[in-house]
Design a binder for this molecule. Structure first.
Ligand SMILES: CC(C)(COP(=O)(O)OP(=O)(O)OC[C@H]1O[C@@H](n2cnc3c(N)ncnc32)[C@H](O)[C@@H]1OP(=O)(O)O)[C@@H](O)C(=O)NCCC(=O)NCCS
Length: 154
């Protein structure tokens, strides 16, 4: 990978961000969820609801040159909406984005990171030290609640 740049999302990023997330859901999550679930998940990340998320969450973007290639968010104690462009997966970017948001959580003195993993990402999070809590059922399909204690800075 060429050099990566990271910055916070603003509402001006909503269209490329929605495009990245919806593309990733259709390519990567379609392995584990049926068509109805995929359409519901994509609707959550349509530009209008995503604008509200950008305003209310801490969303980090990763660019390679001018291209948006990854994103992750932090809301309260929850790591949310981690997506890596399918063409850039398997090169360590998901791990880097997770580490950055965990560091941000530590600086906010959050003792434990929580997340709802897709079935697709479960093994990825397990490799990063997240423990299974429980399987949860949502209208969009099943998700896995996972947790990881953080060593909080004093
Ligand atoms: C999950 C996702 C973010 C991972 O990003 P990525 O950039 O491909 O992951 P990385 O290359 O950083 O992988 C980090 C480690 O996890 C492992 N890993 C990644 N995906 C894995 C999988 N599906 N199963 C097992 N291990 C996996 C890698 O082998 C790597 O291990 P290593 O450090 O020992 O080499 C990405 O695949 C994605 O966007 N998936 C679709 C969207 C999604 O489901 N997001 C989660 C929403 S909750």
């Amino acid at each position: 990978m060429k050099s990566l740049k990271f910055r916070k999302a603003t509402v001006a990023d909503v269209f490329p961000l929605s495009g990245l997330i919806q593309r990733t859901i259709r390519v990567s999550n379609a392995r584990d969820y049926d068509r109805k679930s995929i359409d519901m998940l994509c609707a959550i990340f349509a530009p209008e609801p995503l604008t509200e998320r950008i305003e209310n969450e801490n969303i980090l973007l990763c660019f390679e040159g001018a291209n948006l290639v990854g994103t992750v968010g932090l809301k309260g104690v929850y790591l949310r909406s981690l997506f890596v462009d399918p063409a850039f997966q398997g090169q360590g970017l998901g791990k880097v984005l997770t580490a950055r948001i965990e560091e941000e959580a530590r600086q906010r003195a959050i003792p434990e990171m929580m997340l709802h993993s897709s079935l697709t990402a479960r093994e990825f999070y397990a490799a990063l030290g997240y423990e299974f809590v429980e399987l949860q059922s949502y209208p969009e399909g099943p998700f896995v609640l996972m947790r990881k204690p953080l060593n909080v800075h004093r």
